[in-house]
Design a protein around this ligand. Structure first.
Ligand code: AR6
Length: 169
């Protein structure tokens, strides 16, 4: 199954689409979003985002990737984690599903995701990994695509390889 867990910086990925862990206003923020805006070109990317904003939590939209090695950036707004009883899991699942559907419609053969909501938005990393990996695995049962999950820090990467082990045979 073409699910690959990678430890690194998503802005360097040579794939058809990279996913941005955005906010609903599609404004440049911190974390991976700030890194993507800086590497793509802040002015051009913000102008493209302004035409599509706002989005709802769980939705996804697509822009060019400007100066990045990727072709597209798919922006999706993850849920802010409160206590896990506010529909966070379904909303996080929607981010992955909607981004994958958009990538498929755009003809992408490869996509790279960060671990959405697991930084500034506070989603516990182990649970965020379960949602990400199980949702991607479900998609790959029916569709052909190379899906990379790009994890920034070594500790979370080690956890990710454990969570993914039953899915990668
Ligand atoms: N490549 C891959 N992953 C990264 C990178 C990178 N270059 N930089 C950070 N991460 P976060 P969120 C990881 O906070 O929780 C922004 O302001 C990071 O270690 O970027 O969805 C947006 O505009 C973490 O595991 O996104 C929103 O307002 C993961 O990316 C808000 O933050 C996601 O962390 C979104 O918060």
């Amino acid at each position: 199954m073409p699910l690959e867990i990678i430890c690194g910086d998503i802005t360097k990925m040579r794939v058809d689409a990279i996913v941005n862990a955005a906010n609903t206003a599609l404004q440049m923020g911190g974390g991976v979003c700030g890194a993507i805006f800086r590497a793509a070109g802040e002015v051009e990317l913000q102008a493209a985002c302004d035409k599509l904003a706002p989005i709802k939590t769980g939705e996804a939209v697509i822009t060019p990737a400007f100066k990045l090695p990727a072709i597209y950036i798919i922006h999706t707004a993850g849920p802010v984690y409160k206590d896990g009883r506010q529909g966070e899991e379904e909303l996080l699942r929607s981010c992955y599903k909607n981004a994958l559907a958009l990538a498929k419609n755009a003809g992408c053969g490869s996509i790279a995701f960060p671990l959405i909501s697991s930084g500034i938005y506070g989603y516990p990393k182990a649970e965020a990994l379960q949602v990400a990996i199980s949702t991607i695995a479900d998609f790959l049962k029916k569709e052909e695509m190379t899906v990379n999950l790009v994890i920034f820090d070594k500790e979370t990467y080690a956890l990710a390889t454990e969570v993914a082990a039953p899915y990668i045979k």
